[in-house]
Ligand binder design. Structure first.
Ligand SMILES: Cc1cc2nc3c(=O)[nH]c(=O)nc-3n(C[C@H](O)[C@H](O)[C@H](O)COP(=O)(O)OP(=O)(O)OC[C@H]3O[C@@H](n4cnc5c(N)ncnc54)[C@H](O)[C@@H]3O)c2cc1C
Length: 361
């Protein structure tokens, strides 16, 4: 009898019965991997009142959906969700399991991986198969991209953030099989989600902002951070940051851009006091025009941006804010950046246009 290769799984995520975009993006990548492996794409979807939500999953590339549809699953419950996924995985033996790098996925993936006794690579920015059809899970490290493989244990597990893979065009003609899951009533309940209270983010949301200002360690202190926040405000931009800004307590984790933060795709990105480490720039690969302000002319960030400004951001940013305000008040013509200069700032504007292509990111 011919052996059917084990399937590629995606653990889909929904909020208020709406499946998240990242789940469709993962299904699309799972489809590519499954086609290369000669196997199927299977999706696990847990929640309540999800009838009617399976068709888009097939349209995105799934062949089968395991559907856990019960009031007990309405909210993400770590122990219950883990138990259901682990039991099913032990029975079905998937080859690969992909989970989104959302708040839920970041918790669920390690719980499932630990129970299955397998490896997990967090925050991958690419997933490909090597010549042995083993999953290369690519993450930024050591100033470049490294591939992590899990050659012995199965499934091979990875988390991936929203925006790493494109959202697929839906093929409404595709159908598949829905397999209803029995939801046991005696599942562990030491932790229970009773209610979800949504916090509305302040200002412009990072993921959809046309302009993003990102602040890095070079901000120096809270005062420097506030200056950069003011720059974002006058530009009506979303304010993002690098890891050190979070570590210093200037910003919340939800504003971090990069491999383990958010992916942004603004028309204009301005990075202030940051070095352009790949873990950060992985999150800005889709930005159209990129500008960096850094006091070190040799900073690697200048290799990646379209325009580089070599200056101390503590001196330069206040001048820039004044110039932008002046421009806005007087509706002056011409580019703001090219008219900067003044007693406090000897900004040198370097036209670079040397940005590496996205494949090198
Ligand atoms: C697994 C893993 C995941 C990670 N995920 C992320 C992620 O998602 N996002 C992220 O951002 N990081 C992430 N990091 C951290 C990342 O590797 C870098 O450490 C971080 O991005 C560096 O931040 P930075 O550029 O602000 O700081 P630095 O690298 O310290 O750079 C500061 C820059 O500011 C400049 N500077 C200093 N003073 C001034 C001044 N007065 N004016 C102007 N410029 C000045 C300096 O020249 C320097 O270039 C991750 C790391 C790991 C290991």
């Amino acid at each position: 009898m011919e052996n059917t290769p084990s399937p590629v799984w995606v653990i889909a995520e929904q909020i208020d019965c709406r499946i998240l975009a990242v789940s469709f993006q993962l299904i699309s990548q799972a489809r590519k991997l499954a086609d290369e492996l000669g196997t199927s794409v299977e999706v696990v979807l847990l929640g309540d009142q999800l009838d009617g939500q399976t068709q888009p999953l097939f349209a995105a590339g799934a062949d089968r959906v395991y559907l856990g549809n019960a009031p007990d699953l309405a909210f993400y419950q770590p122990e219950v969700y883990t138990e259901i996924i682990v039991s099913l995985a032990q029975e079905q033996q998937p080859e690969i399991v992909l989970i989104s790098s959302t708040a839920v996925g970041r918790e669920l993936a390690p719980l499932v991986a630990a129970r299955l006794g397998t490896g997990l690579t967090a925050h991958c920015i690419d997933l490909v198969l090597d010549e042995n059809k083993t999953l290369e899970q690519r993450v930024p490290a050591y100033g470049g991209l490294i591939s992590i493989v899990c050659p012995e244990k199965r499934p091979q597990m990875a988390t991936v953030a929203k925006g790493v893979f494109p959202t697929p065009a839906l093929d409404d003609g595709r159908t598949g099989e829905v397999v209803p899951l029995e939801v046991p009533t005696d599942l562990p309940r030491r932790i229970q989600t009773l209610e979800i209270v949504r916090e509305e983010p302040e200002g412009v949301p990072l993921e959809s902002a046309p302009i993003v200002v990102a602040a890095g360690a070079g901000a120096g202190d809270l005062e420097g951070w506030r200056q950069i926040a003011e720059l974002a405000k006058v530009l009506n931009a979303a304010l993002g940051c690098t890891r050190p800004a979070v570590d210093e307590g200037w910003a919340g984790l939800e504003t971090m851009i990069g491999q383990s933060g958010k992916m942004v795709s603004p028309e204009l990105y301005i990075g202030v006091g940051l070095s352009g480490e790949l873990q950060h720039t992985a999150g800005i690969a889709e930005a159209q025009i990129m500008v960096a302000i850094n006091n070190d002319p040799k900073s690697p960030v200048f290799e990646q941006v379209d325009y580089g400004i070599v200056d101390d951001c503590r001196q330069f940013v206040p001048v820039l804010i004044d110039k932008i305000k002046e421009y806005q008040e007087n509706k002056l013509g011409g580019g703001v950046f090219l008219h900067i200069g003044g007693p406090a700032s000897l900004a040198s504007v370097v036209h670079q246009r040397k940005r590496k292509n996205d494949n090198e990111l």
